[in-house]
Design a protein around this ligand. Sequence first.
Ligand SMILES: [Fe+2]
Length: 241
Amino acid sequence: MKATTSAEYPELFVLENGGETDKFNTAYYDGEAIVNRLIWHMDLHYTGKPNRGAILSAVHIAEEDGQTGFGDLAKAYTALPEHLKNKIADLEVAYTFEMQRIKWRFADNSGYEPGPFSPKKPADVGFPDFPDAVYPMVVTHPETGDKILEIVEQFLDRVIEPEKIGMSDAEADQLLHELVEHIRKPEFHYWHDWRIGDMVLWDNWRAMHCTTGTRVGIKRLINRTTIEGGHTLGRQLAVTE
Ligand SMILES: [Fe+2]
């Protein structure tokens, strides 16, 4: 979402801090301006067809901050108590593509303030509007067969038809809060401290990721190559007129 394409090598996305796009990607956290901080998400999740994976390659690193976090959602599923595994087995969850983090219903927005140039709508950063994407709450990984807890913080909006298992909307929201607390547990996370030349490959069907961002003016440059993959894990909700 924060990426621009390399002019020389169009298959590369260039993730850059300390450049011209900083002002659009700067927000405040407990009063401190941070560039390119992103909460737990999966790439292209809002399309219903997340890419298979990606490779990140560090060209220039920040001396402080700038870590990338990865979270294992197969491990998170396995660690769920049995009663929750049973409860979510046949449920679906909807994600709403929305540029403003303050509108992400399950983000922890305490201490968060958008920056003056934070995008307000998709067109502000050249994106179309996407309809909601819906996933089974437990996705079976197309290649490994592992069960994946399909819960990430970014864009998470609601349970689809919670009443079919006798849940009210309020109880469904409570369930999502509980699951988000679960995926935030450090035991599922790995934090990568970058060195120049590091190359990191991840399975975007299994792992969520996030970035801590950097302070204003700090240079960081990571190249990203995306692995497309041929499976659709979710579906897009039809837009009703
Ligand atoms: Fe990402």
